[in-house]
Design a binder for this molecule. Structure first.
Ligand code: PGA
Length: 229
């Protein structure tokens, strides 16, 4: 099974998201996805409930709901934070945690990210921890070793995020092999300017892809999904 995660970051208002979902549902009627692909949509927090509703109400196939972040605290007096408790009942399957943009602009620490991972597990949400080459050892050291094998890890070289510079597959493979041999995670995905031209090649070495730019427009995203066999 290959998982393609659409990370919309802070793009799109509610009307645009409903439009995207309607177009996507329509496109799935003509472009049949490989039975080996699972899509996870990670909308901005403001639209998680509406996407949850649309996925369920329209029985959209092979598509799950993800979130881009979680509160590092349990439900309680933490103004502005969205806890796993707030998400209960929305059928969130996956949480992107420790994205490099969260580290850079919101100064998230390895320990905060490890706390989020723990809360995700308690809520039966699969954590997908984003790492880059230079800090993955420190990041994973903050997570108890007995949990490494349950993790999903996203290798996202910062130089490739949103730049159009897809990392060469051979370079990605080196890091992915190192991660697999040291931590034996349940899955490793690649993220960084993934587009339809190279997706099939990446998927020979990883279990999925984290896609932002090329998930924003349905035709672009469908052309990428159609390459996943
Ligand atoms: P990109 O972003 O696909 O626009 O490079 C990937 C990500 O940041 O997850």
């Amino acid at each position: 099974m290959k998982t393609i995660i659409a990370n919309w970051k802070s793009h799109k208002n509610n009307a645009q998201i409903q439009q995207w979902m309607a177009e996507y549902q329509q496109a799935l009627k003509t472009t049949k996805l490989s039975p080996e692909v699972m899509v996870a949509i990670a909308p901005p927090m403001s639209a998680v409930a509406v996407v949850s509703y649309l996925l369920g109400a329209n029985a959209i196939p092979q598509t799950e709901l993800a979130v881009q972040d979680l509160s590092p605290f349990p439900p309680g007096s933490y103004t502005g934070a969205v806890s796993t408790g707030n998400l209960e009942g929305l059928n969130v399957k996956l949480a992107i945690l420790g994205h490099s943009e969260r580290r850079r602009y919101f100064h998230e620490t390895h320990q905060e990210i490890a706390n989020k991972v723990d809360l995700a597990w308690q809520a039966r949400i699969q954590p997908l921890v984003c790492i880059d080459q230079e800090y993955f050892a420190q990041q994973l050291a903050a997570i108890p070793e007995e949990n490494w094998s349950k993790l999903w890890i996203a290798y996202e070289p910062v130089a490739s995020i949103g730049t159009g510079n897809e990392a060469p597959v051979a370079d990605v493979k080196k890091v992915v092999d190192e991660i697999k041999s040291k931590y034996h995670p349940a899955a490793v995905v690649y993220g960084g300017s993934v587009a339809s031209d190279m997706i099939a090649e990446y998927l020979t070495i990883v279990d999925g892809a984290l896609v932002a730019t090329h998930s924003l427009e349905v035709p672009d995203f469908m052309s990428l999904l159609s390459k996943v066999k």
